[in-house]
Design a protein around this ligand. Sequence first.
Ligand code: GLU
Length: 448
Amino acid sequence: MLKSQYLQKVYASVSQRYKDQPEFMQAVEEFFDSMDSLVEKEPNIEKFAIMERIVEPERTIKFRVTWTDDSGKIQVNRAMRVQFNSAIGPYKGGIRFAPNVNESICKFLGFEQTFKNSLTGLPMGGAKGGADFDPNGKSDNEIMTFCQSFMSELYQHVGPNYDVPAGDFGVGAREIGYMFGFYKKIVNQWNGVFTSKGLASGGSLGRPEATGYGVCYFAQEMLKAYRNDGFKGKRIIISGAGKVGWMAASKATELGAKVIAMSDFSGVIHDENGIDLDLLLELSKTNTVVMDKYRNTHPEAIFNPDTKSIWNIKCDIAMPCATQNEIYLESAKALVENGCWMVVEGANMPTTLDATRYFIDHGILFAPGKASNAGGVAVSGLEMTQNAMHIGWTFAEVDAKLKEIMAGIFKKADDAAMKYTGTHNLVAGANIAGFLKVYQAMLEQGTL
Ligand code: GLU
């Protein structure tokens, strides 16, 4: 229950207006919880209607994407770009292709992105977009045709100083390449309008690794600050075998941890000897799902087709890196019961609100995605800088900057948590620290 009457009033009207947008309202509820300790100390928030403004995207562009599949059949998808907040920089955030993409999901992602981008310290506003297009099972030609049709509409709403999209679920370097190529053809300019581009197209070294590595760098800061410890010997479980999960697994292993379980759409593989990442990599060259094939080489490992079963495995650290709302209260309870003492989110909002509250109430060290997975967009910011300067940094240079940015995010979030809540609650700290810069910029820019 919110203490502030102002927040109560704004929340009531937002939840009434967007009652059919559950993911967006979940993100708003968590954010408002964190604002409760701040609004009384900052009367300008109410005076200048900051909360009323910050929950509304500055602009939402919705459009139809018509394309022709390989059999010659005309297909229609729905797409959108939510340009949430540009107070501190051009709109910035990924594009998601997945059958469940809708306004609620794009809005929750764009809202979170606003604070995440602010936390990086780089000048990037918040946005997100996507289409209800399922890339699974599509040919390369179908993907290209879809991306070109998508860009034939979106090109007019993006630009290196306006809105800079990148990848997300279902959108990688291949899709970015097709979208960037089409944009370039239409506007006849080569510029940094997209990030997460392929290397030859102006992408940054270290961008594919950035989110997963950043998750581990953030976790390292937590381990150091709260336990005077490191990754060595820690038992880790990681959900999601996308780029984030893979890179987090490889960095955690490099830092001395033992990744004992991972999952993908086929199920969960549990290997007490530590997951054989080289084998997974080899398998992934010819398969889209790999966990169900792991036991052919490692019969001592356990396979469970129920993806949720990963949260029942005894571990020290859990890293949910798959998608939103993958840890429900029941799984949170199982994790705590089994001795897990740290949760570091690699995906966006993978933990439900009651599960998040449960972790915090039970003293679990908990890192919210908008802080711990900010490494991806941080290196996107570095890609924008390199493109604007027409230079390219080495992997080591990018990695060093990423480490520094992640350490800075941890410090900002932890300091804000201490200052405003007197605790190490990083959910509150990340929301407050991310918000303060956006709020300051909104005040400076007047009531627009
Ligand atoms: N989609 C990623 C995120 O959730 C990256 C966004 C970007 O690089 O713009 O932060």
